[in-house]
Design a protein around this ligand. Structure first.
Ligand code: ADP
Ligand code: MG
Length: 702
């Protein structure tokens, strides 16, 4: 399965010795490690510690604080079994600075005898606040015959992420054997003279520092990833990914896509049909897209434009160019709701032009689905609109020429791969247009989206009034409800959003259901409906249609309405617990109002007290309506990983690097990559990619 293939470890294909060449690693440990994707000695070396323990020195008992892991040594002052709620063996230990209690709930008679008063002991464990003072529960301990037997470690002790049946001792033992083999196992691949702090550290030294940090290394620096040794590895990993992305692009450039000249018939007809003139930004981006499509190199263009900037009509232009050239086009959206909306707009536009479209989602009835698939396969229909169902294995196309993906970063990796391979045969590939409302910072786009061209719709349709935003505490809910009552009495429509309370969808549902109930009680004259992720598509349709037509005054919803819902008559947005949401999400939600010509408002309610970051987020929302400015702020507050949601964004899943933390390395990554490519360092590049990429197939859509 393609999926399986994706999870292959970095080192699998590199020339590295099998893990069983390490002493103490037999077939059983081998198969357990395989669960972590670890097969070679090199894989072991790149398996970095999760955290560190400091056993390099004894901590005086007088200075202990709860929560820290420490090594202590002292004399057993008294030892005995306490009955309490649970029977435990309690031993009080002291050094010349203070005392500490050691508590064990499981113990043998032999242990109890050995822990006799007057004995010398050394313990390592976490200090906790106990009923009678600081204590260690089940520490690792060793009884000593004399003080001279007390031993400390020469390096910080690494704690590894692991799997069942492979203990920390085993890890440390494997690492101890693997490190001396660095010279043969991990070749130095970074070119000399990279002018970035940390890059002067050799790979072998970096690995040694990370696995066995010498006394005096700040464990915090190591764990946060800001230690130069860790940066050294992160840089190399990002470099490899970036080069792979650029290679993918040059590979794609050699494929062939159908030639689609700019639409001279259908697109002008659609423009006449629209009841508005295009903005000059839209005109420019359509031109850029037409330009791409008129070539046989497969287009891979990212169209960025703020919420409401009018990306849909740009997509329509591309679809019409495809249709006019006799090709099929599909438009894919991440949610059923959003796909439905696209279908509704496209259907109206296309009907006028005499073009048919089919609708396809995973929840379509079997017969409907079969019929849609047949029509797409036979070429009887030229446009398909839907969710990722459009790219399931059994969906075939007659001559797919264009794929438009809305909000691509919300699709999972697998869906993206399926998408990439669809319509591709031998050396042919369809054109791809990706639309997003999430502004991607330039430095990030240049490195991690290096395989895409970028167009920006940097202008809003005229007449849009900025949404007035106020921030008020949850405790003033009554006043907010009054405002809704008044607005709705004047014929306006409003949203009330209850964001995720918990990671649990069920609790989420409960909260939103309760809120709808209480609002119905407090505002009996209004027609209030509820919308959430558990609704069936038909239920959602009914609710949305009611809201669109004005039968429903107030729509209470979870964040399902975040993307793309377009009801121009809605002019008030209330977001409860807004402090829980990120800026990008708040901006998306607020974008649901201010789409028509009346003045709109957004009320951000929060649960006091507010933390500093939440405060900063909410005031940014109050101060600006500009998506790019908001993204910039988000970047400052949270870093790009968070901004894009690394997990869904299609950004590579790094093993060591972290875009949130390491984005300041991006520029150097690009420079060094260019240097390696320009110098034709193909062998080196090959090795880098094999070392760091899980598969030559990669994660990115090409
Ligand atoms: P988004 O970029 O968020 O996908 P949409 O394409 O949904 O934005 O457009 C938002 C709204 O603006 C739609 O109702 C659309 O018809 C309208 N619109 C798009 N372009 C223009 C324009 N040039 N002038 C006026 N309204 C426009
Ligand atoms: Mg849109």
């Amino acid at each position: 399965m393609a999926n399986q293939h994706l999870l292959e470890p970095a080192g699998a294909r590199a020339a590295s010795q099998a893990i069983t060449t390490l002493k103490g690693v037999g077939p059983q440990i081998e198969s357990r490690l395989a669960r972590l994707g670890i097969r070679s000695v090199q894989d072991v070396l790149f398996h970095l510690p999760l955290r560190y323990q400091d056993r390099t020195r004894f901590s005086p008992m007088g200075g202990l604080t709860a929560g820290s892991d420490v090594l202590v040594t002292g004399v057993i002052e008294l030892s005995g079994v306490r009955m309490g709620r649970r029977r435990s063996l309690v031993s009080v230990i002291s050094d010349n600075t203070g005392t500490l209690t050691m508590r064990q709930f499981r113990f043998t008679a032999t242990q109890q005898r050995a822990l006799a008063r007057g004995g010398l002991i050394q313990c390592f464990g976490e200090v906790r606040q106990g009923p009678t003072g600081l204590e260690m529960v089940h520490p690792e301990y060793r009884l000593l015959h004399s003080e001279s037997e007390a031993t400390t470690e020469q390096t910080l002790t690494a704690v590894y992420p692991t799997t069942d049946g492979v203990g920390q001792r085993k890890w440390r033992d494997m690492i101890r054997q693997a490190l001396p083999r660095c010279a043969t196992e991990v070749e130095e691949l970074l070119p000399k003279g990279v002018d970035v702090p940390g890059m002067e550290i050799s790979l072998a030294d970096a690995l040694t520092i990370l696995h066995c940090p010498p006394v005096g290394t700040d464990p915090l620096l190591l764990m946060q990833g800001s230690h130069p040794a860790r940066q050294r590895l992160a840089f190399e990993e990002m470099l490899s990914h970036h080069i792979a992305i650029r290679q993918r692009r040059s590979h794609r450039d050699r494929l062939c896509a159908p030639l689609m000249p700019p639409s001279t018939r259908l697109w002008p007809q659609l423009c006449e049909q629209l009841h508005f003139p295009l903005t000059s930004a839209q005109v420019r981006v359509v031109e850029e897209v037409f330009n791409d499509l008129a070539g046989t190199v497969p287009t891979m263009r990212l169209v960025q434009g703020d919420v409401g900037s009018g990306k849909t009509v740009v997509a329509a232009a591309a679809v019409l160019a495809a249709v006019e050239a006799g090709c099929q086009a599909v438009v894919m959206a991440p949610t059923e709701l959003l796909a439905r909306q696209h279908f509704d707009s496209f259907e109206i536009w296309l009907k006028e032009l005499g073009i048919d479209a089919v609708w396809l989602t995973s929840r379509a009835a079997a017969a409907t689905r079969r019929q849609a698939c047949q029509r797409l396969a036979s070429g009887d229909v030229q446009v398909g609109i839907g969710t990722h169902a459009l790219f399931q294995d059994d969906v075939h196309y007659h001559n797919l020429g264009l794929v438009v993906v809305d909000e691509q970063h919300r699709f999972g990796v697998e869906q993206r791969l399926a998408l990439r391979d669809k319509g591709r045969s031998d050396n042919r590939a369809p054109h791809q247009l990706v639309m997003t409302a999430t502004p991607i910072p330039r430095s990030l786009a240049m490195v991690m989206y290096a395989d895409m061209d970028v167009s920006v719709i940097d202008e809003m349709p005229p007449g849009r009034q900025p949404v007035e935003t106020v921030v008020i505490p949850n405790s003033r809910r009554q006043a907010v409800q009054e405002r809704i009552r008044e607005s709705c009495a004047r014929g306006m429509r409003a949203y009330w959003v209850c964001p995720l309370i918990d990671e649990s969808e069920l609790l989420d549902l409960e909260a939103v259901t309760q809120r709808a109930e209480s609002l119905r009680q407090d505002l009996p004259e209004l027609k209030i409906e509820l919308l959430h992720g558990r609704n069936t598509p038909t239920e959602k349709d009914v609710v949305m249609n009611g809201f669109r037509s004005g039968q429903v005054d107030l729509l209470v919803a979870t964040t399902v309405i975040e993307v793309g819902v377009d009801v121009p008559e809605a002019s008030l947005m209330v977001i409860e617990n807004a402090e829980r949401l990120g800026l990008a999400q708040l901006h998306q939600l607020r974008g649901r109002v201010g789409r028509g010509d009346q003045k709109s408002a957004c009320v951000l309610m929060y649960q006091a007290p507010l933390g500093d970051r939440a405060k900063a987020r909410l005031s940014t929302m109050r101060e600006t309506n500009d998506g790019f400015e908001i993204a910039q702020k988000d970047l400052e507050l949270r870093g790009p990983g968070e901004l894009l949601g690394t997990r869904q964004s299609g950004l590579p899943q790094f093993r060591i690097a972290d875009l949130t933390r390491d984005h300041m390395l991006l520029e150097s990554v690009r420079d060094v990559a260019a240097q390696l490519l320009d110098n034709g360092e193909t062998k080196l590049i090959d090795r880098l990619i094999r070392r760091w990429l899980r598969t030559e197939d990669g994660f990115y859509s090409a």
